[in-house]
Ligand binder design. Structure first.
Ligand SMILES: C[S@@+](CC[C@H](N)C(=O)[O-])C[C@H]1O[C@@H](n2cnc3c(N)ncnc32)[C@H](O)[C@@H]1O
Length: 213
């Protein structure tokens, strides 16, 4: 990622953090994250990376599942989001937060059993570089769970892109499947979440992209 792109993302999401959006995102994204957690089949002792963790709410949600022998690490490019995450008094002892771009994460290779990323992957300038970095960090057979609400088939995605102040990728489910397959991931699958009747939150439309190292 260019320095310019990194600075722009950091500045934008620092503003989001200062405007209190860390907590409002938690409200909007929790339901789809809970559905994803059911599919992650986490066991005690697992080590989970939450990529683009924002205020850290998903790390706190994952922590009981990995238990005291496990670890949940939240990574985000925004230092304000990480500050908010670190200062949360409800952080369990098996959580850590790190300010870093997704492209180069200062962590040992072959460490994580799972990667979860909620509503962050489409902001990454070079998604292929991030996919390679995740492969470095995962144990053999480790799994990724990329959850996104901005994709070609999602209603309202065009208006959403127009409102955003940073560039994003808008790909279809088929294109995401191809991207991960071309990057050498195995068992690539894309599941579409749709809203329950009466749910008008646009975040109820989501793609869950899963794959194995
Ligand atoms: C829409 S927010 C979602 C935050 C959180 N996952 C949630 O659901 O509340 C996207 C997050 O991705 C982070 N992000 C964007 N680009 C990033 C990058 N290249 N590396 C690391 N984090 C990034 C942003 O700072 C922001 O916190």
């Amino acid at each position: 990622m260019s320095d310019q792109a990194g600075d722009r993302l950091k500045a934008e999401f620092n503003q989001w953090a200062l405007a209190g959006k860390g907590e409002s995102m938690a409200r909007h994204h929790r339901a789809i994250a809970e559905r994803t957690l059911e599919r992650m089949k986490i066991a005690t002792g697992d080590r989970v990376l939450d990529l683009g963790c924002g205020s850290g709410w998903a790390c706190r949600m994952l922590a009981p599942a990995v238990g005291p022998r496990g670890l949940v690490v939240g990574v985000d490019i925004s230092d304000e989001m990480i500050r908010e995450a670190q200062q949360n008094p409800e952080n369990p002892p098996n959580t850590r937060f790190l300010c870093s771009p997704a492209e180069h994460i200062p962590w040992a290779p072959d460490f994580f059993t799972h990667v979860l990323s909620v509503e962050s992957f489409y902001y990454y300038e070079d998604q292929r570089v991030v996919l390679d970095e995740l492969k470095r960090l995962l144990i053999p057979d480790g799994k990724i769970f990329l959850l996104i609400c901005l994709f070609t088939e999602s209603p309202g995605s065009r208006e959403w892109v127009e409102r955003l102040q940073v560039p994003v990728h808008v790909r279809s489910a088929k294109e995401y499947k191809q991207l991960l397959t071309d990057a050498g991931w195995r068992s690539v699958a894309v599941e579409r979440f749709t809203p329950a009747p009466g749910d008008d939150d646009p975040h109820a439309h989501a793609l869950l992209i899963t794959a194995r190292k």
